[in-house]
Design a protein around this ligand. Structure first.
Ligand code: DC
Length: 462
């Protein structure tokens, strides 16, 4: 079964996101908060205090809960009565928070939720889904926002419904609920270690939804799990161990220097390339060099031209599986990266390299341009993330066209730039904005590169 867990405090946007993701995947959405609300409603109806554990425990023995879907909307029946219309009243929030702290209530709800998840493909939102209810969920998210932002959202929502509310009271209630939910004894509100953390404070709900959908699609695409398993199987233990070593950035560059002396003249004969504005690539200390990518040779040309002694370059993981080629790439300074997933080892290696004031080259599109056109694909956010985290300058580089054998090629080095206006950025939305800036710089470099090369060609014709 497909289970997606979305946890976080009240008002972080979980239910809106969970509904949108469930709709997108054509599966069910289970609002687990409503289950605690329904339990609290039933207790209040029966005149039982929501903080009296013994009485609530007795009451639970007489309570049956059914979750059904009518016209696509979740309805919670308690002992045959549909409680759904009464659950969103403001006073019910506090009552649900109180009753949810009682261990017998949690055990009962968690059992129901686990049974539900075993029999349905479902997106669940709550507080403890990723940590306690379904620790093996296929995807986990932790959504949050500042209490002030969440109170403001709730304030607007109630105002639109024509309800009179006091912002300060809402804020105080939210803070109290956060405290209750994260300080209870059993399964408190907490981020699972393997959950994707999303701070929605400065994000529009559409951007949050787009981000979550993107992660879900990557993690749940039909062959994502089987691909991984069969790959692990097809790669022997020894190969896996070896690749693990390749993640440790190369320290000695004897092989690189030797190969550079040997191969540079060969490259100059087969792929003669003019480096335009070479001085732009001369940077003291750390820097990230980014380039469009057409073929295997186009990584060697800028390396040989710009890095006499050493450099690191990100290369796709699959290349490192081939025994001798993997060793050779490692010796040449390459670092493996698994594409389409968060490769924590690669991220650590890259940050380590840059923090040691070294240079790194990568292809921001994350893949080769097989069409051979000048148009670049959408850029991955990696460049921006690394440049921001390590405060590194970025050097944009562009091939005029795919390197051609025995013909004149051009590699244009643009003006280095920094992303300093984003140095305090943390959210995915800000990373996307920073990536837009990288894109603009690449576009500008493209314009200058074309102007230069086409100017040359025209000059020749005259
Ligand atoms: O998400 P909500 O506001 O409808 O949830 C109501 C209360 O239920 C909330 O204060 C915390 C509690 N809850 C919980 O403890 N565990 C969950 N999985 C969902 C909600």
């Amino acid at each position: 079964m497909l289970n997606i867990a979305i946890d976080g405090p009240a008002g972080a946007g979980k239910s809106t996101v969970a509904k949108a993701v469930a709709k997108d995947l054509g599966i069910i959405y289970l609002d687990t908060g409503a289950m605690y609300r329904a339990t609290a409603y039933y207790a209040l109806q029966q005149g039982v205090s929501v903080t009296d554990e013994d009485s609530v425990k007795k009451l639970l023995d007489t309570m049956s809960m059914d979750i059904v879907y009518e016209n696509g909307e979740q309805q919670i029946y308690v002992n045959g009565l549909n409680t759904t219309p009464y659950l969103r009243e403001h006073y019910m929030s506090k009552a649900a928070s109180d009753i949810s702290a009682l261990p017998p209530v949690r055990y009962k709800m968690v059992e129901l939720q686990r049974t539900f998840a075993k029999t349905h493909d479902v997106v669940l939102d709550g507080r403890d889904i990723g940590t306690f209810v379904l620790p093996d969920a296929n995807c986990k998210f932790f959504l949050t926002a500042t209490p002030e932002e969440r109170a403001t959202r709730r304030f607007k929502e109630l105002k639109e419904k024509g309800q009179q509310v006091d912002y300060d009271k809402l804020l105080a209630d939210i803070k109290q609920r956060d405290y209750n939910d994260s300080h209870r004894e059993v399964a408190p509100l907490k981020q699972a270690d393997d959950a994707d953390f999303v701070d929605t404070t400065e994000m529009s709900i559409d951007v949050v939804i787009a981000h979550i959908k993107e992660v879900v699609h990557i993690k749940t695409k039909p062959n994502a799990q089987t691909d991984k398993r069969s790959e692990e199987k097809s790669v022997s233990e020894r190969t896996l161990k070896r690749i693990k070593k390749y993640y440790l950035p190369q320290k000695r560059f004897g092989v690189y220097r030797f190969m550079r002396i040997l191969l540079r003249p060969v490259q100059a004969i087969f792929w003669p390339t003019k480096i335009v504005n070479r001085q732009n690539g001369n940077i003291d200390g750390r820097a990230i060099y980014i380039c469009n990518h057409y073929s295997k040779v186009d990584s060697l040309i800028p390396c040989f031209a710009l890095f006499k002694k050493e450099a690191h370059i990100l290369g796709k993981y699959e290349l490192f599986k081939v025994p001798i080629a993997g060793w050779f790439l490692h010796k040449m300074g390459a670092i493996p990266v698994r594409r389409g997933e968060a490769d924590i080892s690669a991220v650590k290696s890259v940050l380590g390299v840059l923090k040691e004031d070294k240079k790194l080259m990568l292809f921001p599109e994350g893949t080769r341009n097989k069409s051979g056109s000048q148009e670049m694909a959408e850029l991955k956010t990696g460049t921006a993330r690394f440049a921001i985290k390590t405060k590194s300058p970025v050097v944009p580089m562009l091939y005029y066209s795919a390197p051609r054998l025995f013909r004149r090629n051009w590699l244009y080095i643009g003006e280095p730039f920094t992303l300093d206006e984003f140095y305090s950025a943390r959210t995915p939305e800000q990373m996307h904005m920073a990536t837009e800036v990288v894109r603009e710089k690449m576009d500008e470099t493209r314009r200058l590169c074309n102007e230069y090369v086409e100017g040359l060609k025209k000059g020749k014709k005259k």
